[in-house]
Design a protein around this ligand. Structure first.
Ligand code: K1U
Ligand code: ZN
Length: 172
């Protein structure tokens, strides 16, 4: 197990559409271990494979509260199969866009179909933070970022800021 580097805006790999996992083997289990280590170290509450440069449809999450034990969750090939008409707005952040938070409107509730690490199929209903986070992570598997759900003005501003910081880093 090893924490991996989290790729950041404006890295173009964040726009890749990730490939479905065909076989859950030792490589996928090692990837999941590394993703948890990376997510907990960040720290964050979710992570998609592409955020560590692996374009596979693998998502990890842990929505446990500070005073609880860890509650790791793995979603392989997650797919939204139902969304509520009702929308709600929550503040989101992203480990690939550090220190930037913005309100995002999304369906209030979703149902998600996914595989577990043993290859079993599940369908789970999500609302509140669970719904926000799983939609954010599934977006990552499709090359979509939470800033795609905010105004163009705000998005252009944050993209420009991160492009400038990346240019400075190259020049240093
Ligand atoms: O996918 C990611 O970039 C992870 C992201 C998940 C997320 C957070 C909030 C709303 C939607 C999706 C994060 O984990 S950002 C960091 C964060 O929210 C956090 C960090 C430490 C403690 C609690 C929260
Ligand atoms: Zn993110």
């Amino acid at each position: 197990m090893a924490p991996r580097e989290i790729i950041k805006l404006p890295d173009k790999r964040l726009r890749l559409v990730s490939e479905p996992v065909k076989r859950i083997d030792a490589g996928i289990r090692a990837l999941v271990d590394d993703m948890f280590e990376t997510m907990y170290a960040a720290p964050g509450i979710g992570l998609a494979g592409i955020q560590i440069g692996i374009p596979k449809r693998v998502v990890v999450m842990d929505l446990s509260k500070k005073d609880e034990g860890q509650k790791p969750q793995v979603f392989i090939n997650p797919e939204i199969v139902w969304t509520s008409e009702e929308k709600s707005t929550h503040e989101e952040g992203c480990l690939s866009i550090p220190d930037y938070y913005e309100e995002v409107e999304r369906p209030n509730a979703v149902k998600v179909k996914y595989l577990d690490l043993e290859g079993g199929t599940h369908e789970v209903a999500a609302e509140g933070l669970f719904a926000t986070c799983i939609q954010h992570e599934i977006d990552h598997t499709n090359g979509v970022l939470f800033i795609d759900h905010i105004s163009k003005l705000k998005r252009d501003r944050v993209v420009k800021k991160f492009a400038k910081a990346a240019k400075k880093k190259v020049e240093a």
